[in-house]
Design a protein around this ligand. Sequence first.
Ligand SMILES: [Zn+2]
Length: 167
Amino acid sequence: MSTAPPAEPPPIILVTPTGQKITGRLPGRRQTARAWLYDVGLVLWKSTGPEGTEPAEYRQWVPAAHVKPVDGTDYSVVPTQHLRPPAPPPQWAWKVERQQHRGRAPGLLVHVYDCPTAPPGGEELNLDEALTALDRSGARACTECDAAVALSYWINSRETPDTDFGA
Ligand SMILES: [Zn+2]
């Protein structure tokens, strides 16, 4: 599988402020905290002097509301920057607390290792092990320490769609 970007960016329809639809091209897209932005290029005319013109590409980042996909176009080839929140420092350690609830299946609570509400002792887990523990049914991340916040990206990203393009 090749990861090289296509020589020619795929077409995209730009909806202008006056409602016109112009086909441009899409050399890139990126995700921000709240939206997807599309790098739309339109080739128009640029003046080169009193009587001359030449083609020139006008590029602008626009939100998803201002673009529409062209049917049958494969946008998976467009270079895409996904939002990546800062990862927990790799030296962070995690701890699993086994919770017994009368009459219910036991639960697991994942803490930052030094969480004051976690029971003392216990095994230190790395990030992969903490995420594996969170995958079990009945497991959740502690909200008293930073575990829920720090692990939320990995938890949420399992259900987050890859892109909202064309939505
Ligand atoms: Zn905790």
